[in-house]
Design a protein around this ligand. Structure first.
Ligand SMILES: [Zn+2]
Length: 322
């Protein structure tokens, strides 16, 4: 499990910004309140002194210390009470100058007793969606929202099998290192199911990248002309080789050139050697794939990928007709 480092950094920055904004807001409110009622400033100074007295009390004998702390507590409570009353008398809420948190559980730190807070995981998922290139698709497409109603007879049996296989793959991602080739005409659920896998994995902290083959190859092409000797420059195309799961959409629609073919070979070879799965989808038939790509690519695709066929009546068209 490896959250993408850009995603983690971005979320960390968001949380820091959240805390800073909350502290700035509190400072502003304090100034406002002090101006309205100088007595509250005095109380706050008093409260600060009281907290120092606690430190002093620790050096006393056990019984004396307990007694002293009891006294300090009482004074503290009395001061707090007075402070709250003053705020209310100004027509403000008693908690007006408290720090406000979006998440009370972790107080916007992102952690609860050393573990990632729910809010932090959600933020990572959302950033992950955006980073994966899937933000729009993931709003709707999940395993839960997949409908078998549009498939009939043998098509339905096949789609149910594809669904189960991909769901099991997502659930067992840590150990299941299969790659998939999804093929068949458009509008039969290839994108929906591959997005569902992506969403499931992003929600569980994996780094998923979803991109059309055409854009992937374009990124590699651009990176060719970057300064490869500058360590500071991070190649855009690295993510296609490094992410936990690569979803390569619409294979075969790119302009097939010697460069794109060698790119594809590089991606497949590098990822499979590293045990990093790929889900590739294509509208091409298997004979068309064989015609377009090299033997060394097709032998890996058909030899090492789990092949899933998608067949039936275009769902988008069915939805329009209904
Ligand atoms: Zn939280």
């Amino acid at each position: 499990m490896a959250y993408n480092k850009h995603v983690v950094l971005a979320v960390q920055r968001d949380f820091e910004a959240k805390r800073r904004a909350s502290e700035a807001k509190r400072a502003m409110r304090l100034e406002e309140v002090y101006a309205l009622c100088p007595k509250i400033r005095e109380i706050d100074e008093e409260l600060r002194k009281v907290s120092f007295e606690i430190v002093g009390a620790i050096s006393l004998g056990k019984e004396e210390c307990a007694l002293k702390i009891e006294q300090i507590k009482e004074r503290n409570l009395a001061l707090q009470k007075k402070r709250a009353e003053l705020l209310v008398s100004l027509g403000l809420d008693a908690s007006y100058t408290e720090l406000e948190y979006e998440c009370e559980l972790c107080k916007d730190t992102g952690y609860v007793s050393g573990f990632l807070c729910k809010c932090y995981k959600e933020a990572l998922s959302l950033k992950g969606y955006a980073h994966s290139g899937l933000a729009k698709l993931l709003e709707k497409q999940s395993f839960e929202s997949f409908s078998f109603d549009y498939y009939k007879g043998e098509d339905r049996r096949v789609i149910e099998q594809n669904f189960e296989e991909l769901l099991s793959f997502a659930k067992n991602f840590e150990t299941d290192k299969r790659s998939f080739l999804l093929y068949g005409p458009t509008g039969l659920g290839k994108t929906h199911l591959s997005s569902a896998v992506a969403r499931y994995l992003l929600d569980n902290g994996y780094d998923v990248v979803y991109e059309s083959a055409q854009n992937v190859f374009a990124d590699f092409e651009r990176d060719r002309f970057r300064d490869r000797f500058d360590d500071e420059v991070e190649l855009v195309s690295d993510k296609y080789l490094d992410c936990d799961l690569l979803i390569l959409d619409d294979l075969g629609t790119e302009m097939v050139t010697q460069f794109s073919v060698s790119c594809l070979y590089n991606i497949i070879n590098t990822r499979l050697n590293r045990g990093l799965p790929i889900i590739a989808s294509t509208n091409l038939r298997s004979d068309e794939i064989r015609k377009i790509y090299h033997d060394r690519i097709t032998s890996r695709l058909f030899g090492e990928f789990t092949i899933q066929q998608f067949s039936g009546q275009d769902i988008r068209r069915q939805k329009i007709i209904r």
